[in-house]
Design a protein around this ligand. Structure first.
Ligand SMILES: Nc1ncnc2c1ncn2[C@@H]1O[C@H](COP(=O)(O)OP(=O)(O)O)[C@@H](O)[C@H]1O
Ligand SMILES: O=P(O)(O)OC[C@H](O)CO
Length: 498
C-alpha cells in the first residue's frame, strides 16, 4: 500500500507521520530536542538536533509502516517557520546555531530600521511588520557577529535556509537548496506580490542574493532523498510552513475561510484568495499556499501564549497535574467572580505587538482559587482570538468584497478543551468547528505531497472529505458577550500601560 510520509518539524519536537491512501494515520514517531537560551530573550536550536531527530523519527515511522506493508510514495514537509540557519555550501556545516522564531536579539536592530522609516518598504513588499520574529534580521545578525561569516557569504560560500530548506538539504545529501513560497513569505526578504526575493530589502540588510534558496510552489519537486536514508530514493513533493499547512489540512481553500491552531501559541489565518489584503490593524499579510504558480493569500494573527497558559497552571502555579484537569476546574468556578487573566508572559502579539508588557490578573478576591484561575486561563485564549477576529473582520471589510464565512475551524492540542472551545464560540459570537482529524498540520503537508504524487484527491474532493467532530454554537447573549469583551479590553489596556 502506498503511503505518504509527513515530517512536522516543530519548535519543541520533530514528528514523522505516515498516512495511507485514505489519508488515515498508520504510524508515527516523535522526539523532543533541547532548547538553548544563551542570553535573555535569545532562543536557539542545534541544527544537528533538528536534522537527527527528523531523520530518526522518519526512520522509526517508515520501519513501523513497512512492518504493515507500507511503501512510501513521497514526503511532505511542514515546519516551525522563520527559524534561521546559515551553513557552508560545500561542507554543509552550519556557521551558527539555528536562531529560533521566538528569539528577540534583533529588537534593537529592528527599532533602528523603523526609525529610519524602513518599515513601510518592508510591509509593502513582504506583508510583514519590521519585527525580530522574522528571518531577515536574524541572518544579518549572523553575518555581523560570526567571525568571517560576511566575507564567506559575499564569496558565495554560505547559504541561508529556514528549517524546511535545512531538512531538504540534508535529505537530498546537499544537492538541493530550495524552499516553498509560504516559508519564503516569513523571511521578510520575499516580495509576496512579485513572487521573488526583494533586492531592496536584501541590499539594505547586506544579505547577498547568492545565499537565498530557490522558491517553489508548495506542491513541487524538491528532489529525491539520499538512497541510503530509507533504502531507496523517495521524492520530496510538498512543503509548507506549519500554520499554512494547518490551513491546507483544514481545507480553508475559499476566501473568508478561517482556521485557528491552538498549540503553545495560537495562529489564526483567514484565506483572502488572490487579494493580498494589507492590514490596517497590525495583522500580517502572508501566502496561505501556492499551487501551480498561483499564490493564495491570507491574513494572519499570531498570539504567543495559548496552551502555554495551561502549562503555566501546571508547571508554574502547580494547581493542576494534567492539562485536561482545567475542564473540571473551570466548570466549578464561582460564576460571581470576574477574574481576568492577561497572559502577556512574553508581551502581547497581534494585534498589540507589545514585547515589553507582562502578564496581569484582575478581579482577585480572597475566594479566588485554582478553579477561577483555570477558567480565566481558558477564557484568555478566547478573548485573544476575539481580538484577532475583530481585526480580521475590519481588514476584510476594507480590503475585499466577500464576507467572511461565519465559522472558525480549530485544531492543535488545546482544541481538545470543550470548555475553551465553547467559550471561544460564545465570545466570538460564531460557531467553532473542531474536525475529526486534529492532526491538520501534518495532514496538510501529506496532502500537498500526496496530491502531487497522484495518490490523493484534488483540492475540491479533499475539501469535501473534511469531517466535523463537533460544532460549538455561541450560547452567550450578545449583551453579555460585549460586556465581557469590554472588560477584557480594559484589562489589556491596563496591562499595556502598567
Ligand atoms: N485538554 C486540554 N485542555 C487544555 N489545554 C490543553 C489540553 N490538551 C492540550 N492542551 C494544551 O495544548 C498544548 C499542546 O498542543 P500541541 O498542539 O501539541 O502544541 P505544540 O505543537 O505547540 O507543542 C499545550 O500547551 C497544552 O497545555
Ligand atoms: O512549532 P510551532 O507549532 O510552535 O509553530 C511555530 C510557528 O510556525 C512560528 O511562526
Amino acid at each position: 500500500m502506498r503511503h505518504i510520509l509527513a515530517i512536522d518539524q516543530g519548535t519543541t519536537s520533530s514528528r514523522a507521520i505516515l498516512f495511507d491512501e485514505q489519508m488515515r494515520v498508520t504510524a508515527s514517531a516523535q522526539e523532543e530536542f533541547p532548547q538553548y537560551f544563551p542570553s535573555s530573550g535569545w532562543v536557539e536550536h542545534d541544527p544537528s538536533d533538528l536534522w537527527s531527530t527528523t531523520a530518526a523519527t522518519c526512520r522509526a515511522a517508515v520501519e513501523k509502516g513497512r512492518a504493515g506493508g507500507a511503501e512510501i510514495a513521497a514526503i511532505g514537509i511542514t515546519n516551525q517557520r522563520e527559524t534561521t540557519l546559515v551553513w557552508d555550501r560545500t561542507t554543509g556545516q552550519p556557521v551558527y546555531n539555528a536562531i529560533v522564531w521566538q528569539d528577540r536579539r534583533t529588537a534593537e536592530m529592528c527599532r533602528r530600521l523603523r526609525d529610519e522609516a524602513f518599515e513601510d518598504t518592508v510591509t509593502d513588499r513582504t506583508g510583514l511588520l519590521l519585527d525580530p520574529y522574522f528571518s531577515a534580521t536574524k541572518i544579518k545578525w549572523i553575518l555581523d557577529n560570526v567571525e568571517g561569516a560576511r566575507a564567506r557569504a559575499e564569496a558565495g560560500d554560505l547559504i541561508f535556509g529556514t528549517v524546511d530548506s535545512w531538512l531538504v538539504w540534508n535529505l537530498t545529501g546537499g544537492r538541493v537548496h530550495a524552499t516553498d513560497a509560504t516559508n519564503a513569505a516569513r523571511t521578510m526578504l520575499y516580495d509576496i506580490h512579485k513572487g521573488r526575493w526583494s533586492t531592496t530589502i536584501c541590499a539594505r540588510l547586506g544579505i547577498p542574493a547568492s545565499m537565498l534558496p530557490e522558491v517553489h510552489d508548495c506542491a513541487a519537486d524538491f528532489g529525491d532523498t539520499r538512497p541510503d536514508l530509507f533504502g531507496r530514493p523517495i521524492p520530496i513533493l510538498g512543503i509548507a510552513g506549519d500554520q499554512q499547512a494547518a490551513a491546507v489540512g483544514q481545507a480553508c481553500f475559499q476566501p473568508g475561510m478561517l482556521k485557528s491552531t491552538y498549540g503553545t501559541g495560537c495562529f489564526a489565518l483567514i484565506n483572502t484568495g488572490d487579494v493580498a489584503v494589507r492590514s490596517r490593524h497590525r495583522l500580517l499579510t502572508t501566502i496561505a499556499y501556492q499551487l501551480e504558480g498561483r499564490p493564495t493569500y491570507a491574513l494572519e494573527g499570531s498570539i504567543f501564549i495559548a496552551g502555554a497558559v495551561v502549562q503555566w497552571l501546571r508547571d508554574g502555579l502547580k494547581v493542576i497535574r494534567h492539562a485536561e484537569e482545567t475542564q473540571g476546574l473551570a466548570e466549578t468556578a464561582d460564576p460571581d467572580q470576574k477574574l481576568i487573566l492577561v497572559p502577556a508572559f512574553t508581551g502581547l502579539g497581534a494585534p498589540y505587538w507589545n514585547a515589553e508588557c507582562r502578564g496581569a490578573v484582575f478581579g482577585l478576591t480572597r475566594a479566588s482559587g485554582p478553579a477561577e484561575f483555570a477558567r480565566a486561563a481558558l477564557e484568555s485564549v478566547g478573548f485573544q482570538t476575539r481580538d484577532l477576529l475583530d481585526a480580521m473582520r475590519a481588514d476584510m471589510a476594507q480590503g475585499m468584497s466577500e464576507t467572511p464565512v461565519a465559522s472558525l475551524r480549530v485544531d492543535g492540542g488545546m482544541s481538545h478543551s470543550d470548555f475553551a472551545m465553547q467559550f471561544l464560540s460564545d465570545i466570538i459570537g460564531a460557531p467553532v468547528d473542531r474536525p475529526k482529524v486534529v492532526e491538520t498540520t501534518a495532514m496538510g503537508a501529506a496532502w500537498l505531497a500526496g496530491a502531487r504524487a497522484g495518490l490523493y484527491p484534488d483540492q475540491a474532493a479533499f475539501a469535501a472529505d473534511w469531517a466535523l467532530d463537533r460544532r460549538f454554537e455561541a450560547a452567550m447573549p450578545a449583551e453579555r458577550r460585549e460586556a465581557r469583551h469590554a472588560a477584557w479590553l480594559r484589562a489589556v489596556t491596563a496591562t499595556l500601560s502598567a
